[in-house]
Design a protein. Structure first.
Length: 409
């Protein structure tokens, strides 16, 4: 631990009593509690790269702040971070091994963000979600029925539900207005998948405060058997803390209850390498195999099937590595470019969708390229309708996130 290594965790500023601090948070949930650091401690943490020893950290601190900090203080910070599982260390790896074994043994996937991003108690949660539907931003709590057919596709946000409330409500009101699907294939953005596997499935049911959303294990197993591009279960652990599917199962349970349908939860990892090379994802054998396997199962399915993508759009500003602040002018540009991209979705045009993003090498850092492209390939040529678009501004980080809901008939 003389050369500590900070794990890949989020760092963002918070204000307390007129002072600015830095909050460290592990989005994977392996470090369950966030840590608040002063600016001096955070400066030291930025040097925890596995190459810089504690004496070098001490010297850098002296140069930066003109103050000699005792080595014992640096060691104390290292022990605190390691004890909270924020460092890449033998202790963390043992902790991760234990957590992985526990998850593997569980029959169901727990609601990881209940109590943090939404109310954990059923009655309170129903009231909270119902309020998202209220006008003027929401579509109303009782959407007019459109009988006769189920939706074929739905794009919904995966931003914190309280920030994307109206867009979630418009997406799920549209679902409630149609005949309910019997199988929902959920394509979630995999924020933390970094290995060779692009698609990660699970057989586990998704628990919500409103009940368990049942996974069609037979369907998932048949998909895994047909897929030749990798192992659909190699990275199943990614489901444990990932919110992009959790939020969809939450709204499905609210909109349709937890009976009468099943889901197939699949996380889709980044297509960044294809964007950088401006190479069509359809040319990647892993993606081609997945589309062939899943498309074949959908075509043979006697039940009504909905393909649902849990995605966001642009991530712009200093928090996301840009050299500029996301202000009103930037937000206007983001909206204009997002709406141009959405036209390709409305046309059911996966090639045009990908070409639009690759043209500027995903300058807006769209968090959902892979699931949206996959959905568009599965539903190629089907027309889409924009239901709601929104941008969440983050003045404290000089950043913004955009999102939208769309229905595909």
């Amino acid at each position: 631990m003389d050369k500590p290594i900070i794990r890949g965790v989020e760092a963002f500023p918070v204000e307390q009593n007129g002072q600015t601090y830095i909050c460290l948070r592990d989005p994977t949930g392996l470090a369950p509690e966030p840590i608040i650091l002063g600016m001096g401690a955070y400066f030291m943490v930025t040097l925890f790269d596995g190459k810089t020893d504690q004496r070098e950290v001490q010297a850098a601190f002296m140069k930066r702040f003109g103050e000699l900090i005792e080595l014992d203080k640096i060691s104390e910070l290292v022990r605190a971070l390691d004890g909270a599982h924020f460092l890449d260390s033998p202790g963390f790896r043992e902790h991760e091994r234990r957590i992985r074994e526990e998850f593997r043994a569980q029959g169901d996937r727990p609601a990881a963000l209940a109590g943090a991003c939404y109310a954990p108690e059923p009655a309170q949660l129903r009231n909270e979600l119902a309020a998202f539907f209220d006008p003027p931003e929401g579509p109303g709590r009782k959407p007019a029925r459109k009988p006769g057919a189920s939706l074929r596709g739905l794009i919904a946000p995966h931003i914190d539900p309280r920030r994307g409330a109206a867009a979630y409500a418009h997406a799920y009101a549209e679902l409630m207005a149609h005949d309910p699907p019997e199988l929902v294939i959920i394509l979630g953005t995999s924020h933390y998948g970094a290995g060779p596997e692009l698609f990660s499935a699970t057989r586990k049911n998704y628990l919500t405060p409103l009940g368990a959303v049942e996974t069609d294990r037979n369907f998932v197993d048949r998909l895994a058997g047909r897929y030749s591009g990798g192992d659909l279960f190699a990275d199943e652990f990614l489901h444990r803390g990932e919110h992009s599917i959790e939020f969809q199962t939450l709204f499905l349970a609210y909109a349709m209850g937890v009976r009468g349908y099943q889901v197939a939860p699949i996380l889709v990892s980044s297509f960044h390498e294809m964007i950088a090379a401006r190479r069509s994802p359809a040319d990647d054998p892993r993606i081609a195999s997945f589309l062939d396997a899943l498309g074949g199962l959908i075509a043979a399915e006697k039940r009504s099937v909905l393909v649902l993508a849990g995605v966001d759009f642009a991530h712009v500003g200093r928090k996301f590595g840009d050299a500029f602040a996301a202000d009103a002018t930037v937000a206007e540009r983001v909206q204009r470019e997002d709406l141009e991209l959405i036209e390709t979705i409305k046309r059911g045009d996966p090639a045009g969708f990908f070409a639009s993003i690759a043209a500027d090498r995903d300058a807006r850092k769209i968090c959902g390229v892979a699931p949206m492209y996959t959905l568009l390939e599965l539903l190629r040529g089907r027309p889409g309708r924009l239901l709601k678009y929104g941008i969440a501004m983050e003045p404290q980080t000089e950043s913004c996130v955009s999102f939208a809901s769309l229905a595909i008939d």
